[in-house]
Design a protein around this ligand. Sequence first.
Ligand code: BTN
Length: 258
Amino acid sequence: MRWPAEAIWEALSPQWPDFTVEVLPQIDSTNSELMRRVRAGRCEPTLLVAEQQTAGRGRLGRDWHSQVGDSLTFSVSLPLAPADWSGLSLAVGVSVAESLHPDIQLKWPNDLWLQGRKLAGVLIETASAGDQRVVVVGVGINIAPRDAQGLSTPPACLQELLPGIDAGQALLRVAPPLLQALAAFQLAGLAPFLPGFVRRDLLCGQAVTLSNGTVGMARGVDAQGGLLLQTSAGMQTVTSSEVSVRPAAPGAVPGASA
Ligand code: BTN
């Protein structure tokens, strides 16, 4: 498989002349590596792809496991100065989903799901270098079927939707629009991405349980990207990305109906 580093650089260098594309055979985590570089003062826009991660990280302190060849793991770093950072994770999820396929859904805040199974995850971090704030957006996409041992729900993979696609082809589809999405977010915030999120909102109308024990009916998102949750105590807005959400067990939400 060939990595389309040159094609990606050609697409992005007119707007970001100092853009770098780098493919490494192995690293602990592409997010960790770009965060280290930013903290060391290296802020130039970078796309870092790893053929293998030895310590891939997910949201909420979870691990992200992937095998060589059956997944795409990369991170992008870019100095960013939006007026309002809220909703960035939703904007990134919308961009990645739209680059790949209309059937992909988004599970708030930014997991990509296909037919009830997770297809891809996004991990967003920021670091400061001097007076610049740099965002590091990490994306992991399952490309080919893999062993689901030990996982409660076997993951989906992109080849179910796009037979024969490889990690390099997926990267070429996703990376240039992702950089454009970050630039658009800097200018206009979440607003231009909201209709795309609404179209793909997996949880809307579903009974859900938060990891802090709250149960309710998911009722979409607000203008800042907070999850609207109808609970017995009224409508709540869930903004903390430290909370995970899962469909509730039947009967968990009294009187729930979509
Ligand atoms: C999640 O679903 O919790 C987010 C998973 C994000 C995984 C990607 S793989 C590339 C980048 N490097 C990491 O260590 N994590 C992200």
